[in-house]
Design a protein around this ligand. Structure first.
Ligand code: ATP
Length: 303
């Protein structure tokens, strides 16, 4: 659905959320354009689920602000336009699959798309008369995702949607989500720890670390703004990198045997033939940023 207000699908401004005085998110700024497929990545405890729950209106911020399509999460407008899949996929264990889809229809009168919901279950062998409590974790995930897709929302907030699925199901469900995004312009924000899986599907990425966004933007632009260099370690340099590399631009480097690899913010070092310079894959880019040490200013602020 087009958005007459041109508001971003999600905007977090200095967003903070504490639990018993402990920061889950702190001064977090994120902006996601509408209709993009965004990977939300970060270490355990980085704040990914908290951000998604705030966007879904299930939590309130302790500081700062969050908006979906310009509206506060939890308001009728924002609820209508978003669908949330929680990490633990809460469903009524005593309901059958058919009951669950009927509930989806009842809760989303006038908008419910039974075909969109059913496509998640097609070929899965999930019987419509099976009780939710009797399903495997992966099949419960399929039913939970069916509720999300049937809602026909403009922004899907999916917390580790593929975590319980077997490799073939992961592939098929991801393909379905991408088709949904392409055919309906649906925005998707998907948290995941499987970086390789995100490579060809996400056009936007947000990397959370210690409760704040460390990297955020268009995947292609971010990849092109970095260089991956590989070469024989220079024994004259403590870090093994060529002298021409600006150390302030190094995100992360590692020496393994005689070889050194590094992710640097472009421009690449002068090519003296001893170094291979490439545009990093999304996985390489994210791994380096995940391994990068915490900025000193942050450590002071958190102390
Ligand atoms: N309901 C809660 N009560 C207390 N602390 C919480 C609660 N929810 C989250 N936290 C804390 O907030 C921080 C961020 O948690 P969150 O679940 O958002 O991280 P995450 O990035 O989703 O982690 P994971 O990758 O392990 O799922 C953690 O320190 C966590 O222990």
């Amino acid at each position: 659905m087009s958005d007459p207000t041109h508001a971003p699908a999600l905007r977090a401004t200095r967003l903070g959320r504490e639990f018993g005085g402990r920061r889950a998110l702190h001064a977090c700024d994120v902006e996601l354009p509408a209709g993009r497929v965004t990977a939300l990545v970060g270490p355990n405890g980085a704040g990914k689920s908290t951000l998604l729950q705030l966007a879904a209106g299930l939590l309130r911020p302790t500081s700062g602000e969050i908006r979906v399509f310009g509206e506060a999460p939890g308001t009728p407008g924002a609820r209508r336009r978003t669908a949330f899949l929680a990490q633990e996929k809460p469903l009524h264990a005593g309901f059958t699959v058919a009951d669950t889809l009927r509930m989806g229809r009842a809760l989303n009168r006038g908008r419910w798309d039974q075909d969109a919901a059913e496509q998640l279950l097609t070929g899965s062998g999930v019987r419509r008369d099976a009780r939710i409590g009797s399903l495997s974790g992966g099949n419960r995930t399929r039913v939970a995702l069916a509720l999300v897709l049937g809602k026909r929302a403009d922004l899907l907030l999916l917390d580790e949607p593929l975590a319980d699925l077997d490799p073939v199901a992961r592939h098929d469900v991801m393909a379905l989500l991408m088709t949904e995004a392409a055919e309906h312009g649906t925005g998707i924000v998907m948290s995941s720890h499987v970086l390789a899986e995100l490579e060809d599907v996400c056009d936007h990425v947000v990397l959370l670390k210690d409760g704040a966004a460390r990297l955020s933007g268009d995947v292609q632009e971010l990849r092109e703004a970095h260089t991956w260099i590989t070469g024989r370690a220079d024994p004259a340099e403590a870090d093994g990198l060529p002298r021409s590399v600006d150390r302030g631009a190094v995100v992360h480097s590692a020496v393994g045997g005689r070889q050194v690899t590094a992710l640097v913010r472009t421009p690449p070092p002068a090519d003296d033939g001893r170094w291979i310079t490439e545009t990093p894959s999304l996985e390489t880019l994210l791994l380096a940023h995940l391994r990068a040490p915490r900025p000193a200013a942050d450590e002071e602020a958190a102390a």
